[in-house]
Write a protein of this length. Structure first.
Length: 121
């Protein structure tokens, strides 16, 4: 806008900024009427949901539809797991270097109605 008021033509300013002469003309007209080049409010109905609400809804849709089930844990297994955790809590450096060979991928048949569902937190 300053270049136009300095006397440059719209075509020269358009070529300097690599845009069209029409864009420069509309920008100048908006400056003359509103004394601002800020974006105006968009037409149409305002959005009902905020961006954060849309993100939360999308994260729920990505989850599996089946309910979360817990693996049954007996009293003896729970005590053994607690003892294991209490033993290794002070030896984390050694625990990180440990390789367990009994790890496996859990896979159920697609038609298994009681299959376990594991979700991310």
């Amino acid at each position: 806008v300053a270049e136009l008021h300095a006397g440059k033509s719209q075509r020269t300013v358009a070529s300097d900024y690599r845009t069209t002469q029409g864009t420069i003309s509309k920008t100048k007209r908006r400056w003359d009427t509103e004394h601002s080049n800020a974006s105006r409010a968009r037409k149409g109905r305002p959005k009902k949901l905020t961006a954060l609400q849309i993100i939360r809804i999308n994260s729920h849709w990505r989850r599996k539809w089946r309910s979360k089930k817990r693996i049954s844990l007996s009293e003896d297994d729970a005590k053994a797991r607690l003892a294991h955790a209490q033993f290794w809590i002070h030896r984390l450096n050694d625990y990180i270097m440990t390789c367990f060979s009994d790890e496996c991928i859990i896979q159920n048949a697609p038609n298994n109605p009681d299959g376990w569902v594991f979700r991310r937190p």
